[in-house]
Ligand binder design. Structure first.
Ligand code: CA
Ligand code: CA
Length: 146
């Protein structure tokens, strides 16, 4: 190879290395761990509820302070989306089943009544940072039985 051919490759490589180490480049958050029960039994009577705790550990290479929201979508056994497709937030404020505030583990409780469908509920989790960059989606499910 001649230097004329190698030079553009070197310049491109140098550019890639520089852009990777540039602190002004934002990195997406990442969901590193999920805790979702495998199964849940619907309550037998209409005056009680079955509860489950959902937890997700989220990291962002730009720092925990760059994480703006963590949420999931819930698909019901019949394929329709729970809550008309709106997202359900998890929190790291020590509320709604979140054990410790500010530890990077986001939690929320879900409740099912006897009128809810039995079958597989699919949850798709996302984290979003302050630049609006989304994490990779992470999926988990609960088998709900009567
Ligand atoms: Ca980020
Ligand atoms: Ca927490």
């Amino acid at each position: 190879m001649t230097i004329q051919k190698i030079l553009p490759v070197l310049v491109l490589f140098g550019f890639l290395v520089l852009s990777c180490s540039d602190p002004s480049v934002n990195h997406p958050p990442e969901i590193t761990w999920l805790s979702v029960p495998d199964s849940l039994q619907l309550p037998a009577s209409s005056d009680s509820l079955a509860a489950a705790l959902l937890r997700a550990e989220v990291e962002d290479p730009d720092g925990a302070g760059d994480i703006s929201s963590v949420y999931f979508y819930s698909q019901k056994p019949d394929g329709s989306m729970a809550g008309n497709g709106s997202s359900i937030p998890l929190n790291d404020n020590g509320e709604l089943g979140d054990e410790t505030a500010g530890d990077g583990i986001y939690s929320t409780g879900i409740k099912l009544s006897s009128t809810n469908q039995a079958g597989t509920y699919i949850f798709t989790f996302y984290a979003k940072d302050k630049s609006g960059t989304l994490s990779q989606a992470v999926e988990d499910s609960i088998e709900v039985y009567e």
